[in-house]
Design a protein around this ligand. Structure first.
Ligand SMILES: [Zn+2]
Length: 498
């Protein structure tokens, strides 16, 4: 055995060694190895928890010494943890919460995790179900449930959760009521993609509210079917839900778009020539071209307005270079531009949250201009994290990452997202590098837009100038063709996608 504790390089060698494990072994060895590897994962989780808690403590101490007010000392730490673990900021906050509880309040649970006797998930159950308790009560539950590792490791997820909650209720019944009140404040509505151009709209609600919504939708469906509506009950419930929210008199139309509710980006080929290049629905992702055409036709058939804005992409980089909004330099048009380029999603690597803020990459106060180049879409949490001391961001142009969207490209040093030293080009996709207080750097590359074939001209010409130079479309060709396609269906004469 080595005498000094393993360093980062030793851990990386271990990662490499796991790939080289001998596969020509007997089944007993395979099963033993499964157990040993599970223990390794648990022990790694414990080591991550210690590092995470130590990082938070060290950051707090530094900022206390620098005179930062107490409530701001922890700012950005969860985001650093998230970036290092290549997770979303939300998960980063969970990792930080877990680590803090394990290291400072639940020594028995941490010891069981270190010894590989419970998984990270079971440690999470112990932390989660004691979150409402005082520090002393939490430590008492830790000792009671996790004090005997031999008993602890025999419990399944469910039995463990039940045992923890029993102990918690016994110690502090009032906290259970308080917790119910607290989680009620976390009610919310979220959206996530489902297969086949469907999506899950999820509402986390107090049980009474949720039950009454479903009962009301059920009554609406029964009434409609009683009057001869042939749709299945589930369909009527879903349609009633959509109609009652979208047409609710208190819900304002989105600003500046005169009621447009869906932002769709598709190529002219897909729109006009029956091309099959996937389109993109902001907040959802790729959809088949045929589906997008049907959506448009249906929207027009209902007499709803469709707005079109042409977007010209650079044939080399796939980066948007022109739009035909005459008012594009007005803040609103610029924000739209950034939103389209970033596909409506937060630009932080591994963060899938919708972009809520248009943020200056280099802050305005430090001379950052209000240009599309220096703007990025961020979610609320990431915008907040980026304001923390020691965070810096800058825009780079780098052809080496052409063709990649979303999270950082990693080459060379597997622990870092350091941009490679292979030179900068002036026509790569929009790239932002964020530097955290430890000096780790993470790059975010704007996702490819429909029609972007980076590195080659989608129309067969190679190289050439990156589209019209000013951010203005001069010719009227596409609009003319679209007008013909829409002839007779478009009441307003205005064109619109996007
Ligand atoms: Zn974010």
């Amino acid at each position: 055995m080595r005498s000094s504790p393993p360093g980062v390089d030793d851990l990386l060698r271990l990662v490499e060694a796991l790939r080289l494990l001998d596969r020509s072994v007997d089944d007993a060895t395979r099963v033993s190895r499964l157990r040993a590897l599970e223990m390794l994962k648990a022990a790694a989780s414990a080591a991550q928890a210690r590092d995470t808690a130590d990082l938070a403590a060290s950051r707090h101490a530094q900022r206390a010494a620098a005179g930062v007010p107490p409530q701001e000392r922890g700012r950005g730490v969860a985001a650093e943890v998230a970036l290092a673990r290549r997770d979303s900021p939300r998960r980063g906050a969970q990792h930080l919460g877990l680590a803090t509880a394990l290291v400072h309040e639940m020594p028995c649970t941490l010891a069981a995790l270190e010894a590989g006797r419970i998984s990270e998930w079971r440690a999470t159950v112990l932390v989660r179900d004691t979150a409402c308790l005082t520090r002393a009560d939490r430590t008492a539950v830790d000792a009671e449930v996790a004090g005997d590792p031999a008993v602890l490791e025999q419990l399944g997820d469910r039995a463990l959760g039940a045992r923890v909650r029993q102990a918690a209720y016994r110690l502090d019944p009032l906290s259970v009521v308080e917790r119910a009140r607290r989680v009620e404040r976390e009610r919310r509505v979220t959206l996530r993609p489902a297969p086949d151009t469907m999506a899950y709209l999820t509402a986390l609600l107090p049980v009474a509210a949720a039950v009454s919504v479903v009962a009301a939708l059920g009554r609406a469906a029964d009434a409609a079917r009683g009057c001869g509506d042939g749709r299945p009950r589930g369909q009527v419930m879903a349609d009633t839900l959509v109609a009652s929210v979208v047409q609710h008199p208190e819900v304002p139309a989105p600003a500046g778009e005169r009621g447009a509710a869906v932002r769709l980006v598709m190529t002219d080929r897909a729109l006009l020539d029956g091309g099959d290049e996937p389109a993109d629905v902001e907040g959802y992702g790729p959809v088949p071209a045929g589906w997008a055409r049907e959506l448009l036709a249906g929207t027009l058939d209902r007499g709803d307005e469709v707005w079109l804005r042409r977007l010209v992409l650079s044939p080399v980089s796939g980066r948007p270079v022109a739009t035909d909004s005459h008012a594009r330099l007005a803040p609103r048009a610029l924000a739209d531009w950034v939103r389209t380029r970033d596909a409506g999603t937060c630009r932080t690597p591994w963060c899938d949250a919708p972009a809520r803020h248009v943020d200056h990459v280099v802050p305005h106060a430090r001379g950052g201009p209000t240009t599309a180049e220096n703007l990025q879409g961020l979610c609320e949490a990431c915008n907040h994290a980026k304001e923390a001391p020691g965070w810096r961001a800058s825009v780079v142009l780098d052809r080496a990452v052409v063709g990649r969207g979303g999270a950082a490209a990693v080459r060379g040093d597997p622990l870092s997202d350091e941009p490679p030293d292979d030179g900068l080009a002036d026509d790569g996709p929009h790239t932002v590098v964020t530097r955290t207080p430890t000096g780790h750097r993470y790059r975010s590359v704007a996702p490819p837009l429909p029609g972007a074939q980076r590195g080659q001209d989608p129309r067969g010409q190679s190289g050439g100038p990156p589209g019209p130079d000013p951010l203005e479309v001069q010719d009227d060709g596409i609009a003319g063709v679209v007008e013909r396609w829409l002839a007779g269906r478009l009441l307003t004469g205005a064109l619109g996608l996007l």
